[in-house]
Design a protein around this ligand. Structure first.
Ligand code: ADP
Length: 254
């Protein structure tokens, strides 16, 4: 097996054979003062998580399961847009690898022909005034084969290998971290506007009929755009436009 190493986004690397969850580990390190750019990477997660406490399947040696610590000095209300930024950076990285069909499902899933290639879980710590740190957890299915997927993921997950992209994890990691770093510094230099425009270009959600499932409230409509905060705008049949915040809802195509 190969140790994942690069020296791009990551003044500091923490590599682990196995861990509960890289986000948990990274949060712990961030609380101890770990610097921006610290990357926690593992071969497998025993309890990888998605949003809304759903599980993330992270088998040994098959993917890039990692978390990145950021300490941006922008306002906490901007933090949710980091998730969209990550999705943009990753999608561009896949395009670079030759996977041109990769697109973004709002807010942050990366899909290929409707199947999920990547999950992103962003967690922030701080006050209303100041971000202490952001931990960005990213899971990329790289080497997983169709027959290895657990039953419940057989129709909804994909991997680089399954999409015919033959690339070593170290190489994929390098391309992804470079892309994340590039996107992050562009945001720090010039704000989120250009990144949100790129998000719109790369999205597979905009223009689609979707079903929104919020706790105790399900409705249908057309996803028309995202606003400057990264919220999804959905026009429901009576013409009203609903503004949906990431984190508390699931959407699915109709
Ligand atoms: P959502 O797409 O609803 O936002 P999450 O971001 O919370 O979902 O991701 C968790 C979901 O992703 C799980 O409920 C499961 O359906 C799916 N999933 C879990 N592990 C993987 C994986 N390795 N690859 C693709 N999909 C996965």
């Amino acid at each position: 097996k190969q140790i994942l190493k690069t020296d791009v986004f990551g003044k500091r690397y923490v590599y682990m054979d196995t861990t509960e969850s890289t986000n948990l580990e990274a949060r712990y390190l961030a609380q101890q003062g770990a610097e921006e750019g610290t990357v926690v990477v593992t071969e497998e997660q025993a309890a990888g998580r998605g949003r809304l406490s759903r599980g993330w399947y992270s088998p040994f040696g098959k993917g890039l399961w990692f978390s990145l610590i950021l300490r941006p000095d922008f306002a906490p209300v901007e933090a949710p847009k980091c998730t969209l930024m990550a999705a943009v950076a990753l999608t561009k990285a896949f395009h670079k690898m030759g996977l041109t069909d990769a697109g973004i499902k709002w807010p942050n899933d990366i899909l290929v022909n409707g199947r999920k290639l990547v999950g992103i879980l962003t967690e922030m710590s701080g006050s209303m005034e100041e971000i202490s740190y952001i931990v960005m957890g990213i899971g990329v299915n790289v080497k997983t084969k169709q027959e290895e997927l657990p039953e419940e993921l057989k129709l909804i997950a994909t991997s680089l290998t399954m999409e015919g992209i033959d690339i070593e994890r170290t190489e994929a990691f390098k391309i992804i971290l470079e892309s994340l770093e590039h996107q992050y510094y562009e945001v720090l230099d010039s704000g989120f506007e250009e990144t949100l425009n790129e998000w719109r270009q790369l999205s597979v959600t905009l223009g689609e009929e979707i079903e929104v499932r919020a706790p105790g409230n399900t409705y249908e409509g057309v996803a028309t755009d995202i606003d400057e905060d990264g919220n999804l705008l959905v026009r429901i049949p009576d013409g009203t436009v609903k503004r949906i915040m990431a984190g508390d809802v699931s959407i699915r195509p109709r």
